[in-house]
Design a protein around this ligand. Structure first.
Ligand code: FAD
Length: 288
């Protein structure tokens, strides 16, 4: 099934993101946890792509298995940093053969150990979107950044670039994490004003360990509200309490979004079935 059809229904959807084990590690634990999330039967699941394509075959295998074994539609992430037209063509053929018909098309970032020029055949995700649409047979999504992408000069330019990505064929957008819903509402208003009419799905990251906050901020540069800082200060040293508080904070964000008419929510569940379940249980009457 295509994600755009799942989003098009007049119904609240809750989807989860998982990551595959790195190609070099043989981590069955990581993979098992991804299937643990699938057992919760979310609306659909996304499977990330390791830096520079380092998890290509694992991403494909896990996305295919979630569909075939658990009957849940998946969306495979695909990046174009360091890729050639040929390597993308071959990745698209593999996805088609595996029956994965949704792709989150991303530029990606230069991997730490990458030698040489990473952006040769592709410079931006919009070029990847164009090639996937030309290849045909895929529903294509893209990423967006309510607080602006870290490479951008300003948010206005970032939204103008986002419009180019949508014009290239992107059918929906999933946001970077944010911890203050007002930032999302403001971004959505500006995106609509710029003529971006596709669904914009808020990406919610439940922070369940204190050290995740620093990682989240350094990766995305996102703003951490005082209210959230107090939670980390008070519960950061108590893992069980921190997990409970993180699930409650994410739930609170999701309820506020749904109450304000946002029907499609994506959760960065990070291969933690217990966290994904905690959120689902909290919303059991809301997402029936
Ligand atoms: P783009 O859309 O290409 O934007 C990148 C920058 O270029 C922005 O600053 C934009 O304003 C600018 N830009 C775009 N088009 C133009 C143009 N025509 N002219 C000038 N400037 C332009 N990374 C992974 O490696 N694997 C993953 O699985 C993964 N999943 C992600 C999922 C989500 C929901 C999000 C939000 C991010 C994810 N990322 C992932 C991270 C992503 O790869 C990085 O944030 C990357 O730096 C940007 O990717 P993009 O697709 O948003 O790039």
């Amino acid at each position: 099934m295509e994600i755009k059809d799942i989003l098009g229904k007049d119904k609240v959807t809750l989807s989860f993101e998982v990551f595959p084990p790195k190609q070099t590690s043989n981590s069955m634990e990581v993979e098992k946890a991804a299937y643990g999330v699938a057992e919760l039967k979310p609306s659909y699941m996304s499977v990330t792509y390791g830096a520079g394509g380092s998890t290509r075959s694992n991403t494909l295998r896990i996305a295919q298995k979630i569909q075939d074994t658990y009957g849940i539609t998946t969306i495979a992430h695909l990046t174009c940093v360091g890729a050639t037209k040929e390597s993308i063509n071959s990745a698209l053929k593999d996805l088609r053969e595996a029956g994965v018909s949704n792709i989150l098309a991303l530029r990606g970032d230069k991997p730490r150990d990458f030698q040489g020029e990473p952006f040769v055949d592709y410079h931006y995700a919009s070029e990847l979107v164009e090639d996937i649409k030309r290849f045909g047979g895929f529903c294509v999504g893209g990423a967006c950044y309510p607080e602006g992408h870290t490479d951008s000069v300003n948010k206005r330019e970032d939204i103008a670039n986002l419009k180019k990505k949508v014009d290239a064929g992107c059918e929906f957008l999933t946001t970077q994490m944010f911890f203050d819903n007002n930032i999302f509402y403001n971004f959505l208003f500006k995106a609509r004003e710029a003529g971006i009419t596709v669904p914009v799905i808020p990406g919610i990251m439940p922070i369940t360990r204190a050290n995740q906050v620093a990682n989240a901020v350094s990766l995305s540069g996102c703003n951490v509200p005082e209210r959230f800082k107090s939670i980390v200060d008070r519960f950061g040293d108590n893992p069980k309490a921190m997990q409970q508080a993180g699930i409650a904070y994410a739930t609170d964000q999701i309820i506020d979004l749904i109450a304000n008419g946002i029907n499609n929510i994506h959760v960065y569940s990070m291969n933690k079935p217990e966290v994904a379940k905690g959120i689902m249980d909290n919303l059991s009457e809301i997402i029936k």
